[in-house]
Design a protein around this ligand. Structure first.
Ligand SMILES: Cc1cc2nc3c(=O)[nH]c(=O)nc-3n(C[C@H](O)[C@H](O)[C@H](O)COP(=O)(O)OP(=O)(O)OC[C@H]3O[C@@H](n4cnc5c(N)ncnc54)[C@H](O)[C@@H]3O)c2cc1C
Length: 282
């Protein structure tokens, strides 16, 4: 299928993009890597009057450690993040997740900000951001604001972003010696969206884990924290943690698998990720 007709403009500055968004409101869409947006236009799931291309905005694709945080510009491409030494050292969970996002051609164009804004419930990066306790910098006509990942993902493809706002930066607490991370997903073919996935982050305290955050994807309308499984795994009781998933997750049936199968797979992934976290402890 072909998209419905639309006008196109290329914003040169953040201010220009935000001004255009404020003027056209829900009739406009930002175009970043286009890897999700163009598909939704072609399928006529979305029919905006105007596309505002943000690829010409300078200084929106940087990756840097700033104090206790790693900052990733919204326009940083997946491939750039995947091969970044700064990310490997200071945000290793993201490095683990990156090769699972689509295929190289998609990672060459897709952007970090686009993935967070699109908020596909089966996507890797929203879950990683939730597991890491990151935050999102947003610019709008009334200035800038920050939203924590815990409050950003509201519902199916629904976020805290207002129609006239755009993401500028994603901020992640930088890993230190005590940081422990784990990542696993099950997909029908490598590069497909996950049937179920799990991103985990915690802190080593001797032989124990603290501040564990388990974020599942592909199990609901948003990435989902496993709040009951977290303390059980911190206590080192993997069987209790797997049992607790029944309280944490209620995945609906979808084209990939039934909810019951997904819950079973979530337990399998928890055991795999627990081993990664354990190895990191020893
Ligand atoms: C075949 C295929 C397989 C894929 N597999 C995976 C996968 O396994 N895992 C995965 O996570 N993703 C996958 N993707 C999606 C890919 O990661 C996209 O790059 C990503 O979802 C969107 O990023 P984008 O830069 O392409 O955004 P776009 O497609 O340009 O935009 C997506 C949406 O976000 C909005 N947007 C973009 N940037 C901003 C911003 N800075 N601020 C506010 N709103 C913004 C747009 O207006 C649009 O509504 C796949 C895509 C394809 C085509």
């Amino acid at each position: 299928m072909k998209p419905a007709p639309f006008a196109y403009t290329k914003a040169k500055t953040l201010k220009e993009a935000v001004t255009l968004l404020a003027k056209h409101k829900d009739d406009a869409r930002l175009l970043a890597g286009g890897q999700s947006l163009i598909a939704t236009l072609n399928m006529r799931l979305s029919a905006p009057d105007l596309l505002i291309d943000i690829n010409g905005i300078k200084n929106l694709n940087g990756i840097a450690k700033k104090g206790k945080y790693v900052e990733i510009g919204a326009l940083a491409r997946h491939a750039q993040v995947e091969h970044s030494d700064v990310i490997a050292k200071h945000a290793p969970l993201i490095t683990l997740a990156m090769p699972h996002i689509g295929h190289p051609a998609i990672r060459n164009r897709g952007t970090f900000g686009g993935s967070i804004a699109f908020a596909d419930p089966a996507a890797e990066l929203p879950a990683c951001l939730l597991a890491l306790g990151g935050e999102i910098d947003i610019a709008g006509p009334r200035g800038k604001r920050k939203v924590k990942a815990d409050a950003f993902f509201k519902g199916l493809f629904e976020t805290a972003l207002r129609p006239q706002e755009m993401i500028t930066t994603i901020r992640i607490p930088a890993a230190d010696k005590a940081t422990r991370v784990g990542f696993a997903e099950l997909a029908r073919r490598h590069g497909d969206y996950a049937m179920v996935g799990l991103a985990a982050s915690g802190r080593a305290d001797g032989k124990r884990l603290r501040d564990l955050r388990l974020a599942y994807f592909g199990v609901g309308s948003t990435p989902v924290r496993a709040h009951h499984a977290e303390p059980a795994l911190e206590d080192g009781d993997i069987d209790a943690a797997v049992r607790a998933l029944a309280q944490d997750l209620n995945p609906p049936d979808d084209v990939q698998a039934s909810g019951a199968v997904k819950t079973h797979l979530a337990g399998v992934l928890l055991r795999r990720v627990a081993r990664q976290l354990d190895q990191a402890l020893s």
